[in-house]
Write a protein that binds this ligand. Structure first.
Ligand code: UDP
Length: 312
């Protein structure tokens, strides 16, 4: 495979930084861009002496140009419910102006393009598991709307650049993902439970804990995403692990993996919290020959050292 020059927006984030590592390991040259509003340079520190990697601190909401690139991975956005609620306007902007600016780069240089979309496009779904053809049930004015609608706008923008300008675009709908470098304090369920368990604090379950999520380990996710980026597919593809857990079950797995004696406490369910989430990955299986191989317990074991290093 020929080596490429690749732009990764959101490079200092959880997924962006792992994506940079994967692309560099293949011999590519990577330009990482991030405004560090939720990302951290700690996630890129190990690349300090990597000559094929460069980092540009920049907000992609203003027009930018990093020179000729062969591919653009657009991963910039606050992504945890706590972060995107706190940074509501920034989230709307990066998912609109930011996406358009990154698409302009792909158009200008004739580069391939992959956008990190989300299962949030499905909202609180009536169709279960979620198939790509389902249009979703999203509250356009609820607390999650700054994220959900920005991501839905981005899907429209990406599709339009393919339709009107012939840009070679790809859309991945990412389901809940975890692993090392997931922000320890971002309020997500895996980071909260792991940190609480390791600190001997109570695990906070929101609602009665019967709501479900399906958790994908980061290496599985990126393997699927890179395959999609090299495919001919322009319409959205779900990438996630289809094994579904209630939050109560998730808490039990975290307690087992950490060996913690923490108790479980119940807290109010946030507004518009989706009651269930599970990807139908038939399309990814057929199209990309992809499916996840790491199950939750094993993935949490592989993340344990990381969370321990942040729990002290
Ligand atoms: N959740 C929970 N306890 C926590 C954090 C989250 O029970 O300390 C629940 C949350 O209400 C949701 C699920 O876990 O039903 C996943 O939440 P997360 O913030 O990780 O991401 P989401 O999938 O909602 O975007």
């Amino acid at each position: 495979m020929t080596k490429k020059t690749i732009l990764v927006t959101g490079a200092a984030g959880f997924l962006g930084s792992h994506l940079c590592d994967l692309l560099l390991s293949e011999g590519n040259t990577v330009i990482g861009v991030d405004n560090l509003c939720t990302g951290s340079l700690d996630n890129l520190r190990h690349l300090d002496n990597e000559s094929r990697f460069s980092f540009v601190e920049k907000d992609i909401c203003t027009l930018f140009d990093v020179g000729t690139v062969d591919y653009v991975f657009n991963f910039a956005s606050p992504a945890s419910p706590v972060d995107y609620t706190r940074l509501g306007i920034e989230t709307l902007l990066v998912g609109s102006a930011g996406t358009l600016n990154s698409l302009e780069i792909a158009k200008k240089y004739g580069a391939g393009y992959l956008h990190a979309s989300t299962s949030e496009c499905y909202g609180d779904p009536e169709v279960h598991p979620q198939v790509e053809t389902y249009w979703g049930r999203v509250n356009p004015i609820g607390p999650r709307s700054v994220y959900d609608e920005a991501k839905r706008f981005s899907e429209a923008a990406v599709t339009a650049y393919q339709r009107y300008y012939g840009v070679d675009t790809h859309l991945v709908r990412i389901f809940n993902t975890y692993g090392p470098r997931l922000q320890a304090n971002d309020g997500r369920v895996i980071s909260n439970f792991m940190m609480q368990a390791l600190r001997g604090e109570p695990l906070t379950i929101y609602g009665d804990g019967s709501q479900t999520r399906s958790f994908c380990y980061v290496s599985d996710l990126l393997n699927g995403i890179v395959r999609l980026s090299r495919s001919e597919e322009h319409t959205p593809v779900n990438i996630g692990n289809p094994v579904e857990f209630t939050m109560l079950e998730c808490a039990q797995v975290v307690l087992q993996v950490t060996g913690s004696a923490s108790e479980i406490v119940f807290r109010p369910l946030p507004q518009d919290d989706p009651s269930r989430r599970r990807p139908d990955i038939t399309k990814a299986r057929k199209l990309l020959g992809w499916e996840p191989v790491v199950q939750l317990r094993e993935g949490l074991e592989m993340s344990l050292e990381y969370f321990k290093s942040h729990a002290g």
